[in-house]
Each structure stands twice: as C-alpha cells, then as structure tokens.
Ligand binder design. Structure first.
Ligand SMILES: [Zn+2]
Length: 657
C-alpha cells in the first residue's frame, strides 16, 4: 500500500485467530458475487464454496464474515450446524485429521467498509471498489483475516452489462445474460485474504506485454484516453527492470492497474490487480508535476514483497513496505539516474532524523511504527545492507529469499539469514543498528551518502541559511537543480533575470518562493504562466494577480482555459480570482459562483471539494447548497474529507455565533 500522507502509523495487527492455521488449511474459494443495480449498496444471493484440509482433528472451524446472512449451509453437500455471531461463521462437524472437506452456502450482505459503492444509484461516476488491507476483506467476502492462511480465490461476478468488472487473476470467461454480464476470474496460486479485490465501473483498457510475456493491462475512464500515455509512462520498462533486478519472474498470470475515484490511499497492491487513486491520472503537463511513477513501481514491487512473500505479523511489516519503497527507488534510478536516487535517500534520511528529534522514532520492528519508519527506514536498511555486502551477494540473497519463501509467510530473521549465508559472516551488529535500535542511524546514513555521491556532497555544501556571496554565484553557475531550488527557498531575493533561464524545476521554485515580485522581474515572471507545469501556473497566477492589480484582466484572460490536475487546481483558483476582480467583466459572475459551489458536490474528488469548501468559507459565501454538501461530506468514506468537513463546519458555526 502507498499512503498519501506518510506520518500516519499503519497497524496491521495479528488477530487472535492465529491458532486456526494449526487445525485447518483453507485451500480454495470459489464464489459468485451478485451486484444488483436495484440494491444500491449490497450484494445478494452470493454463492460460496471453500475447500479445506484438516490438519488436527477438531469439532469446528470458522471463517471471518462481518454482518452477513447465510442460507443452505452444507459440509460435503450435507446440511451442517453453524453459528453466526455477526463477525464469524462457525461451522460444527466431526472434522477428521488429513481429510478434505467442502463447505458451501449462500450469503447476503451490505458492506459498511472494505467495499465501497460510489454513486451507484446515479448516472454519474458509478463505481464499486474494495480495500482489504487494514479494513479486512471479511467485510464483503467470507475469508480469513489472518494473513498466514493463503488461499486460491477464484471469483465470479454478476453485474449490469454497462460495467466492467476487474478482479484478481485471469479473466477466464465472460457471458452476457439479459441485462447482466457474468465475469469469471481465475487465480492459479494462493494469496492472503487482504489482497482480494474487485472493481466495478466504466473503463477502457490498453494492454502491453512484458519482455517475459506477462500481459500488462492499463485501465482508464473512457473520457481519459489522452491521459493513458503520461499516466502509465514507463510501466513496461519498470516491470521488465524489476523482473531482471530480482532474478525472479513475476509470479502471477497478468498485471492490471485500475484508477478509482476517492481512493483511501495512493495505491494498493492487490494480487495482480493494483488499485490507485485517480488523482494520479494526468496529462502530459501534469506529468511534470506529479507522476504516478513512484506509486506504480511501489505497488508493482509489492507483487513480490507482500503478495508472494508475506510478513507473518505487524512486527515484520517493513519486509513489505521497506522492500516496495526500495525497489521503487531502484526502478526510478533506472529511469532518472543516480542523482535522483541519492536525493530521495537523502530526503528520507532527513525526515527520519527529524522524526527522532521530535521523539517519535521507533524500532523498525515495532508494529506501531509510523509509515515513515516502515517505508523509508525499511528502504534505508536495504540500501545500507547492499552497500555492506556488495551488489552481487545482495541480489543473489534476495532471489534466494523469494525462491525459498514464495507463497508463504516470513519474518525479518528469514531474510537476514539468507544474506548471512552468502556473506559468510554474522550481520547481528548491522541488524541491531539499522533495524532494532529505536534511533535511525542518521550519521551512518549521511556518511554512506557522502561516500557514494559527489552530487550529494555538492548539495550539502550549498547553504544560504546565512547568506554569503557564494549564494548568488551558485544561482548563476553550475550546481544541480536541487541545489538551486535550495538557494531560492532560503534566499528568494537573490533571484535575477538570469535565474529564469533555468529548468522547469528551478522556475517552479521561483513561483513558489518569490512572492513579492520586483518590477524588473515582472516580464520574466509572466513567462511562468506558459510553463508546462500546473503547479507553476497556479503559483504564478496568484502571485502576479496579487502583485500587479492593474494587470489582473490580462492574467485572467491568459489563463482562462487552463484546468490543471484532476482536482482542477488552476481552474478553481481562476474562478476565485475572477470573482474577486470586480472590474473584470468578461464573465457572468453568478455563473462562476455557481460553478465554484458545484465543485463541492460529491461527484468531484475529495481534494477539489476540500479546496472549493475552503475558498467559499474564506469568501464567507458557503450558501445552502454548499452547506448541505458539507454536511453530507461528514459521512464520506474518505477519512481525510470527513475530518476536514467536521472542522470546517465547526468553524463556520463558531463564526456565526
Ligand atoms: Zn506499500
């Protein structure tokens, strides 16, 4: 999984049912899930069969199943006794050691979480999608919350004909039946239940094939065909790179990536079927600002680390997130080069150091660690280890680890032992410093970076916190873009007309940090409105409008057709500035105000809605429609929007009193 905000602590608790794996091995599920357009948030008459083998004699077994109803329950086709407590389905029988059984039933449910129904009742953006990690698949599909029981899930879905249904594995067949379509998916290998997924929505797809012959399916909304290339850029290259780097073939039948509306995280690595936030669906200008590349590579790396080899418990969570973060970095290094790679490592070392200073650091083995620790410290462990034992040993050890533990569960020592075996020396000292200790070894990390990258040395030398004569020089002459950005952030008044001759990245820093625009930079500053960056355009439009009131009409006329990202960042600002420019009469102000209010509607994504609410509240113009949308946002599935809506409502209420 890839979180949008890194500060949250991720908890993956090993639940109390760990012991059932000693008694039963669940092997295969075959289920049919029925989405009925008439029932807006539920599934009904779903049929389910599960094959299992008894390892130790027992008189009952259970499945996790939240708020479901069951009918026609049978063991090997004979009616069986069961108990349903709303969380688990317990089935009673004389289960004999080494015998195989089939449990079957029909079930009904209205999931409250883990499966989300978006606008299913409207004609708008109808979507259903799932999120199993941290939420439990057992909220929509009877399964096993414990990650340690891996099952082959072969799922079928019945849905209205107008929709595509995408799930784990290979699409085996598809039948139209009256107004519905039956989609039959097939998995060949087992996975933990949290990785089961389904998406229902209106999609087209583009397919490429990896060097090794795996179909790579890129899904997109029908209206987004021009965004497919920039959104999925480098997908195949990263796929081929990871297979080669890991020395272990991609373990599943195909690889699908599906954007969804208002997703809970940046992305989620469901087995062979990654779901990601449609905020990453971008055009070729947006690509320069925020691409999907890192999330794309991260979720792809999880197909090995997490999906194929799964951590036994929350203590070892870094074996998933640390590996996914590190291999995403390696894939990016292959595309953007060494400097990019070292700069990312530098940034994460700085963040980890700060976390310790703030007193929030933890051992990497603490299951309550922050995402920063699991992801970035985890990646640093791998970089540190590789630097210590050398590329050859590191790569071979990772390949061996994947070979040995494929389709099973692991803990930290399993990985370290594989490296020790090839390295020939104990790594206890390394593990203690980098993994176990509460503090991140920030000095060792910096020493390593300095010994590996002249680029980082140069970056560290540039420092204009206290301005020196050197700083102005550094902006003029050759230092890296990142170093120039650092100078501009620390001393924006050093920017001259020449600074504008730099790259998109440096120009973006000008738009971000130079907020008071000197007259002699005005003409150059105006050229920022032509940059291929929506962030630069948004910043520059606001700063120019603010600094030069006499030219507001000119700036508004120039940027009137620019929309920006999927959260319409430029358009939203443009509407607000236009409404605040009374003498600019090119547009119908009432129409613009209505447009602004309309962006608070649930059909728009959470970021756009939050920004629209924020502007309307600043303008003290949140009308009845806006207030009603704000009230409704409080019960949205996205917790960020909920938190925001609650705070803003309170604030509006206080201002009234
Ligand atoms: Zn992840």
């Amino acid at each position: 999984m890839k979180r949008i905000f890194a500060v949250l602590s991720l908890f993956l608790v090993c639940v109390s049912n760990a012991q059932q794996t000693d008694y039963v091995d669940f092997m295969r599920v075959e289920a049919l899930i029925v989405f009925n357009q008439l029932a807006v948030d539920s599934t009904a008459y779903n049929s389910y069969e599960i094959d299992f083998k008894i390892l130790k004699q027992t008189d009952s077994i259970y499945l996790d199943a939240v708020n479901m109803e069951f009918k026609h329950l049978a063991i090997n086709n004979s009616k069986a006794k069961f108990r349903n407590d709303g969380k688990r389905l317990v089935v009673y029988n004389n289960f004999e050691k080494d015998q195989e059984y089939k449990l079957s039933f029909i079930f009904f449910n209205s999931p409250k979480k883990a499966m989300y129904f978006l606008g299913w009742e409207n004609d708008g953006r109808n979507q259903i999608w799932t999120q199993g990690q941290g939420k439990y698949t057992s909220n929509w599909l009877p399964s096993i919350d414990d990650v340690n029981d891996k099952i082959e899930f072969d799922l079928k879905f019945l849905a209205p004909k107008a929709y595509k249904v995408i799930s784990n594995g290979k699409l085996k067949s598809k039948y139209d039946n009256l107004g519905n379509t039956l989609w039959e998916y097939d998995m060949e290998r087992p996975m933990s239940s949290y990785l089961v997924a389904v998406i229902v929505g209106k999609y087209n797809k583009k397919t490429e094939t990896s060097k090794s012959g795996i179909p790579l399916e890129y899904y997109f909304y029908p209206e987004d065909s021009l965004k497919v290339e920039p959104t999925y850029r480098y997908s195949k290259r990263m796929f081929d790179f990871l297979e080669e780097e890991l020395g272990f073939s991609y373990p599943w039948q195909n690889y699908k990536q599906v954007p969804v509306h208002d997703f809970l995280y940046a992305g989620m690595e469901n087995t062979s079927c990654t779901i990601f936030s449609d905020a990453f669906v971008i055009d070729s200008i947006g690509f320069n600002d925020k691409s999907y590349i890192n999330v794309n590579a991260h979720e792809l790396a999880h197909q090995w680390f997490g999906d194929l080899v799964t951590a036994k418990s929350g203590e070892h969570h870094w074996l998933q997130e640390g590996f996914a973060t590190y291999y995403a970095l390696l894939a990016e290094r292959d595309i953007f080069g060494d400097n990019h790679f070292y700069f990312k490592l530098y940034e994460s070392a700085v963040d980890l150091g700060r976390q310790d200073i703030a007193g929030n650091g933890t051992s990497l083995l603490n299951p309550k660690s922050s995402s920063l620790t699991f992801y970035q410290r985890g990646a640093w462990v791998l970089h540190g280890l590789r630097s210590k034992v050398g590329d050859k040993i590191f790569k071979q050890a990772v390949t061996n680890y994947l070979e040995k533990y494929q389709f099973t569960n692991v803990e930290t020592s399993d990985f370290i032992k594989e490296v020790e075996r090839l390295y020939g020396r104990p790594l206890a000292g390394f593990a203690n410093l980098w993994i176990k200790k509460k503090e991140f070894p920030v000095d060792s990390a910096f020493d390593l970076l300095k010994s590996q990258s002249t680029y980082i040395n140069e970056y560290l030398m540039v420092d204009c916190q206290v301005k020196t004569s050197k700083c102005a020089e550094q902006l003029k002459y050759y230092v890296s873009d990142e170093a120039k950005v650092k100078v501009i952030s620390q001393a924006p008044d050093l920017v001259t007309r020449d600074t504008f001759k730099n790259s998109l990245k440096v120009r973006q820093a000008i738009s971000q940090y130079v907020k008071k625009i000197p007259k002699d930079l005005k003409a150059d500053y105006e050229t920022l409105l032509d940059d291929r960056s929506y962030i630069t355009i948004e910043n520059a439009l606001y700063n120019l409008w603010d600094n030069f009131p006499e030219d507001r009409s000119k700036y508004l006329a120039k940027t009137r057709d620019i929309i920006g990202f999927s959260d319409k960042n430029v358009r939203l600002l443009w509407v607000v500035l236009n409404l605040n420019t009374p003498f600019y009469k090119a547009d119908n102000k009432q129409g613009l105000y209505e447009e602004l209010v309309s962006y608070t509607d649930e059909k728009y994504n959470a970021d756009l809605r939050m920004n629209a609410f924020r502007y309307l509240s600043l303008m003290k113009a949140c009308n009845d429609k806006c207030q009603s949308n704000l009230g409704q946002a409080k019960s949205h599935h996205n917790w960020r929007l909920v938190k925001f809506a609650k705070q803003l409502s309170e604030q509006i209420q206080q201002n009234k009193n």
